[in-house]
Design a protein around this ligand. Structure first.
Ligand code: ATR
Length: 283
């Protein structure tokens, strides 16, 4: 750990994690808000996540981000003190210590909401198609409903998973049950205001074949993955007349939400985004 007592220590733990952009983002936020911090990358062995977390906080660390494949383990470690978002997401990406106890939140959904709003597509009153039924999709369902989505239809390559996820969420959130439904990719028909790709299809250069999907005027197609060039999902949506965005803004906004939890100050994501986009294009 750094010997400078005024420097707060943060890190992201994952495996693989070497290419994480979190240190650059958090150092930028630190400069912007005047908080002296050091943010590093910890690649944890797959079977040592718990001891890595314990050691980090025993050595005085202030806050830890958690990424693939440890978000569920982080949820279990912090199970006594989870935010409602984390509880419903079943995953934790932000850990901190308070009164000697580990606390956890999931800021992915907050990040998505912030980015949708930045792009002029507040989910309030919107019909939303959510593509995917894995961890990434689960993490954003409650935030989208809480933000006032009028409809949230989940479709997935394995239809059963989407139906089950919609059912579980409806059970846990009875007030929102009538907005929720699930089905297969062949059941994507509708006139959608926002279509979110929460699958990992873009990572393999594919796009989910969405049957019957229609984009309302001014509709946004949002890929939670980010890339130097538009993903196949974004290209297909653009050809249908939708506005498009990738998940770089969500990445920066979820980091900003973690930063705010740890430091009590909300950083501005706007100055960070162009810089990151430039780095992404150059990489
Ligand atoms: P993550 O944590 O990123 O959500 P995950 O939990 O493994 O990862 O979920 C991956 C999601 O992407 C799933 O919804 C998966 O669909 P299946 O449940 O049918 O496997 C979806 N997915 C991955 N590759 C895909 C592809 N090429 N086309 C469509 N969906 C895909």
């Amino acid at each position: 750990m750094n010997s400078d007592v005024h420097l707060k220590e943060f890190a992201v733990v994952g495996n693989p994690v070497a290419h994480s952009r979190s240190p650059a983002i958090h150092h930028h936020f630190g400069q912007q808000t005047g908080i002296a911090l050091h943010y590093r990358i910890i690649e944890s062995p797959l079977d040592a996540f718990t001891s890595v977390v314990r050691r980090f906080f025993e050595e005085g660390g202030s806050g830890l981000n958690v990424t693939v494949p440890f978000k569920q383990q982080a949820w279990e470690l912090a199970h006594n003190h989870l935010s409602q978002r984390a509880l419903l997401a079943g995953a934790v990406n932000t850990l901190w210590m308070k009164d000697g106890e580990l606390h956890g939140c999931n800021t992915d959904g907050i990040g998505l909401l912030a980015d949708l709003r930045r792009l002029g597509n507040d989910p309030a009153g919107k019909r939303i198609l959510l593509v995917g039924a894995g961890g990434a999709a689960r993490g954003v369902i409650f935030p989208l409903l809480e933000a006032g989505a009028s409809r949230l239809h989940i479709v997935n390559r394995s239809p059963r998973k989407a139906v089950d996820l919609a059912g579980q969420m409806a059970e846990q959130l009875p007030d929102f049950a009538h907005q929720l439904s699930g089905g297969g990719l062949h059941e994507a028909s509708g006139n959608w205001d926002i279509v979110i790709n929460a699958t990992s299809s873009s990572l393999s250069g594919e796009t989910p074949p969405l049957q019957g999907v229609q984009y309302a005027p001014e509709a946004l197609a949002y890929d939670m993955v980010y890339a130097a060039t538009p993903t196949p999902f974004m290209q297909a949506a653009s050809a249908q007349g939708a506005r498009i965005a990738d998940g770089l803004g969500m990445l920066v906004a979820q980091a900003a939400a973690s930063f705010a939890i740890w430091n009590g100050i909300q950083p501005d994501i706007e100055p960070v985004l162009p810089e990151l986009r430039k780095q992404l294009l150059a990489s």
